[in-house]
Design a protein around this ligand. Structure first.
Ligand code: DQA
Length: 155
């Protein structure tokens, strides 16, 4: 069975391409989504994407993913740094998840160094621009395949 991945973009990421390109690059969100859908297709997987500026909509999508997704790639935007509600949602659904940041959050303001999301995800990618999403999807599909193999299941 093909893996199904939820790709979530949090607040302000709809402005990618225009927004502070020195940190976030020139590639638009639609282009990142298209690249991810292409990559997933090449790997026999499926990606569904969501961007929202609203915390509740992101939480609802994570809850809903419990019913259909095998894993999550998420850039929580600024919610990374303070949303315990988003963190609890990810912990509750217990899906493998990779946190992505376009910019190197560790090299910026102090408040960006804290992620309340990091303790409940499988791993984090930061500072690689749009390529971070590709790395995250590649790793997630690899981890899911390892897990299935470990369970003796077939793909
Ligand atoms: C971000 C980093 C966050 O600190 C910021 O609030 C964002 C984007 C990143 O992708 O580098 O909105 O998650």
């Amino acid at each position: 069975m093909a893996y199904r991945i939820l790709l979530i973009h949090g607040p302000n990421l709809n402005l990618l391409g225009d927004r502070e390109p020195a940190y976030y690059g020139n590639v638009k969100l639609e282009e990142i989504n298209a690249r991810m859908e292409r990559l997933a297709g090449e790997r026999g997987a499926e990606v569904r994407t969501l961007q929202s500026n609203s915390e509740g909509a992101l939480i609802d999508a994570i809850h809903d993913a419990r019913l259909w997704a095998d894993g999550i790639v998420i850039n929580p935007g600024a919610y990374t740094h303070y949303s315990y509600a988003l963190r609890d949602a990810l912990a509750a659904v217990r899906l493998p998840a990779v946190e992505v940041h376009l910019s190197n959050v560790h090299a910026r303001e102090e408040f960006r160094r804290i992620s309340v999301i990091a303790p409940v995800v499988t791993g984090t990618v930061a500072g690689l621009g749009w390529r971070g999403y590709v790395a995250a999807l590649d790793a997630l599909l690899g981890l899911l395949a390892d897990r299935r193999e470990g369970e003796g299941g077939q793909s």
